[in-house]
Design a protein around this ligand. Sequence first.
Ligand SMILES: NC(=O)CC[C@H](N)C(=O)O
Length: 222
Amino acid sequence: MKSAVVLLPGLNRDRDMIAALTKISGQAPATVWQTDTEIPDVDLIAIPGGFSFGDYLRCGAIGARMPVMRAVAEKAAKGVPVIGVCNGFQILVEAGLLPGALMRNASLKFVCRQVKLEIANANTMFTRHYQPGQVIRSPVAHHDGNYFADAETLARLEGEGQVVFRYAEGTNPNGSINDIAGIVNDKGNVLGLMPHPENLIEAAHGGNDGRALFESALGLAA
Ligand SMILES: NC(=O)CC[C@H](N)C(=O)O
């Protein structure tokens, strides 16, 4: 299965994402740079985490306006699966590919720890290898992960099953509304989440709770 990883200056989880996709898909992903206007034909596009453009203006605001994001939007419109992790989620929101906003953590502090995630919708292309309601572990590391959406958007997200991951068992690290950790767009092919599933995919990481997300997205057997 072929994948591509979007590179922007200041991202620092790109190697983690490339390593995870290489191990899980069996081949190294293509990489596309911020100025690239085309993305090769792939089965999955990933936007990794980090601090693109130093988090200036707002996290992801500058990255969202780079030429490569137009190419991501075109692929997304054609139904290609796109995953944005952490800063990648912020970029997808800033690019208008996902609704809502990611505000400063309620604690006003950078949070780096492990949380528990409930699979709020196991019927998506990103979660089909999980069980409904399953609770998995995942690391988080961010200062702007406090998801917010207005009442109408929130009702739509909840009503349409677009909330895919929720912080479980009192582990909400940032004050996100409805404990939202990850959402999909209305077509279901663009996923954004604050936690880092790519950092929990093998025994050396202390577990593989995040692996099924990539196996689901790549259409691999569980
Ligand atoms: N790990 C990340 O991607 C962090 C995203 C962003 N820089 C924040 O701190 O919120």
